[in-house]
Design a binder for this molecule. Sequence first.
Ligand SMILES: [Cu+2]
Length: 140
Amino acid sequence: MFSKVFFLALIPAILAADHAVTVGANNALAFSPTSIVAAVGDTITFTVVSRNHSVSSTSFSGAVCPPPDGGVGPNGFDSGFLSDLDGSQPTFTYTVVDTVPHFGACKQAAGAHCRAGMTFAINPSSTQTYAQFLANAKAS
Ligand SMILES: [Cu+2]
């Protein structure tokens, strides 16, 4: 029989979700999906399935591409380069710790992948949309 304390301890693990994002599917310079809605405590697991890419937070506007080493914070992230050239399909997992929008891109090729549209958003808002971020990235 489960005790009440044991059951309550399980709730966060039950409610937290993992969101899968594919990086470079079909050899494209793209994240899929490009927009992720996630709650605090959720994880986002990025799997690189082609070439050599990074998963790095950056600015919504201005100098979007390339993301700087270490990413743009607060609560930013930077996977560093993850190569699938050996077929290993490396992963990077980010745990969501706040509800504000985060914007990310690949920093490969001095920002060329980012400017080609290799971008994504976590919890975009009505004023900071993924579409506008993508436009900002392409223009940066
Ligand atoms: Cu890339």
